[in-house]
Design a protein around this ligand. Structure first.
Ligand SMILES: O=c1ccn([C@H]2C[C@H](O)[C@@H](COP(=O)(O)OP(=O)(O)OP(=O)(O)O)O2)c(=O)[nH]1
Ligand SMILES: [Mg+2]
Length: 144
């Protein structure tokens, strides 16, 4: 599919790094180096604005390499970009590691997955179909 995009950064457009990757890496758009101290969170600009087709969303997900090596996560993971959002895509990084993490312009800080979603109408009722699980959850199938 083709999606309209405005790129106000000087970085290349988000791109799939391998032939069948699900996510396109997003790059930081920042004139100055951003420092993220341990347990600190910051909204990182990308300079990108997109026009998703109705019925699609974009998910902003962490990169496992940054998570593993530096403890970098996304506070609201996965972030949701709505089809009607025209603002700049931003990434809410958090440093869960023990060292200060440096972000420079063009660094690949997160990945974006474009996905279909349903739009639901509620059918409000008094009872739901019974199942073997019933109301069991939160570990109720664990071996005792
Ligand atoms: O990681 C994110 C998450 C969201 N957004 C943008 C796109 C999204 O469409 C909008 C609103 O996001 P969300 O619905 O998650 O936030 P909210 O706190 O519910 O804000 P709002 O009241 O604006 O919906 O913010 C981002 O740029 N990055
Ligand atoms: Mg919202």
């Amino acid at each position: 599919m083709t999606i309209r995009i405005i790129n106000r950064s000087k970085n290349s457009l988000p791109a799939y790094e391998t032939a069948h990757a699900a996510g396109m890496d997003l790059r930081a758009d920042t004139a100055e180096t951003i420092l993220l101290k341990p347990m600190e969170r910051k909204l990182i600009p990308t300079g990108l604005h997109i026009e998703l087709p109705v019925g699609f969303e974009a998910q902003i997900r962490p990169r496992s390499g940054l998570a593993f090596k530096h403890g970098i996560g996304i506070v609201n993971s996965p972030g949701t970009i709505d089809a009607d959002y025209r603002g700049e895509i931003k990434v809410l990084l958090v440093n869960l590691g023990t060292e200060v993490f440096e972000i420079n312009n063009g660094d690949r800080i997160a990945q974006m997955v474009v996905a279909k979603h349903e739009t639901v109408n509620w059918d409000e009722v008094e009872t739901l179909n019974d199942t073997t699980r019933g109301e069991g959850g939160f570990g109720h199938t664990a071996v005792k």
